[in-house]
Write a protein that binds this ligand. Sequence first.
Ligand code: FDA
Length: 304
Amino acid sequence: MEVLLRNTFQSLAKNKTANQLAKKYGLRFGAGRFVAGDSIEGAIQSVKKLNEEKMVAMLNYLGEYVTSETAATEATENCLRTLDAIHQSGIRSNLSVKLTSLGMDIGTEVCMSNVTRILERAEQYGNFVRLEMEDYSHCQPTLDLYREMRKRFDNVGTVIQAYLYRSEKDIADLNQWKANVRLVKGAYKEPAEVAYPDKQDVDANYLKIIKMHLLNGNYAGIATHDDAVVEQILPFIREHGITNTQFEFQMLYGIRTDLQKRLANEGYTVRVYVPYGIDWFGYFMRRLAERPANVWFVLKNLFK
Ligand code: FDA
């Protein structure tokens, strides 16, 4: 049953009609628990609150898989506005972007030019931008674009997904760039040809690549809600004399807020991923796929 629900949510996340309808009708079904509103003003207020609770943030203007240059330009403008708003409001937040929202499926040139504009603006403000990792078909293009950008910019990072067999090699290659990497388990539906089908293997590989990346001396965004990972990584960090300035914990808005607060109060950097905007459906479906138990929450909201 759980596998069936997971597959259904993962497929719905990419369903064009459902995504279009969701945009039209606004935040529904309890998505507000995971999405900080449909406007930048709401998102800034959410980050202010997190900052007051000793946490930092990364804002994400929701959107993915755009197919027209106009939509990619619009998404780019929204990213620029987000960077402006971060600067003007003085909140402590950086920016996280999905390359398919910035035109990756239209063409490399279009996407590179949009990302360059965003990185230049961020650089002007002394801010940082993370290029997220999407489904497997975009993995190599994302890493290629990251490397191109890294030649010019210091304020850019990317993401590696532990469920992919290739992740260990990618972490080794990224050492050459002294890359700032967010490490995640992986959120998309991938075939066994490219990704570990068993969760146990994903969990083991996740710990392995976090340790590798830290031992290489590189900055790690340890992005998980998994207590077991936190409990195993903290002693490892102490044992190897890794300082708190070489890593941060990252969690999603509305998920494991107890753990977020606990780690922040213990003095660790906790960065919360704060998504906002009208294109919330795909993101919301992936959160339900990770934890089908959350479906009761959707059902409850259906009848409100
Ligand atoms: P796991 O799924 O094993 O869950 C461990 C525990 O966490 C669960 O038992 C539960 O308590 C809690 N939990 C997890 N998900 C939950 C949910 N949705 N609702 C409620 N509780 C939940 N992926 C990707 O492919 N590309 C990316 O760029 C990113 N970016 C990213 C940024 C940040 C800040 C985070 C935290 C995650 C991502 N991800 C991602 C998603 C990631 O790949 C993964 O799908 C989720 O983090 C879930 O895996 P966990 O590591 O939390 O562990």
